[in-house]
Design a protein. Structure first.
Length: 93
């Protein structure tokens, strides 16, 4: 009789764990880097969110947002005018 009671308790515990696991919120899918390149506001918000907790930095979505942020910064450098090393320094000495 005691053995059946313990088996029922164990089974009820396993059932509760299974139900709780099924109700857990699934992680949101990661946006690709290309999406973050096209959505500047969302990219900046995600970069700030990721920087707020360093454990988040290793999530796929944070890695994609951070990569897009780096690409965007490098892209703006590519659009800069070329340096003219022969041009005189505009600052007076």
């Amino acid at each position: 009789m005691v053995g059946n009671h313990l088996q029922c308790l164990a089974l009820a515990g396993l059932l509760a764990v299974a139900l709780l696991h099924g109700c857990a919120k699934a992680p949101e899918p990661a946006q690709p880097v290309s999406w973050y390149l096209e959505h500047a506001d969302e990219r900046q918000a995600k970069v700030l969110w990721c920087a707020d907790d360093m454990q988040r930095k290793d999530t796929p979505d944070c890695r994609n947002a951070l990569e897009a942020n780096q690409r965007k910064a490098m892209g703006s450098m590519k659009e800069a005018p070329p340096l003219d090393w022969n041009k005189p320094d505009p600052k007076p000495h």
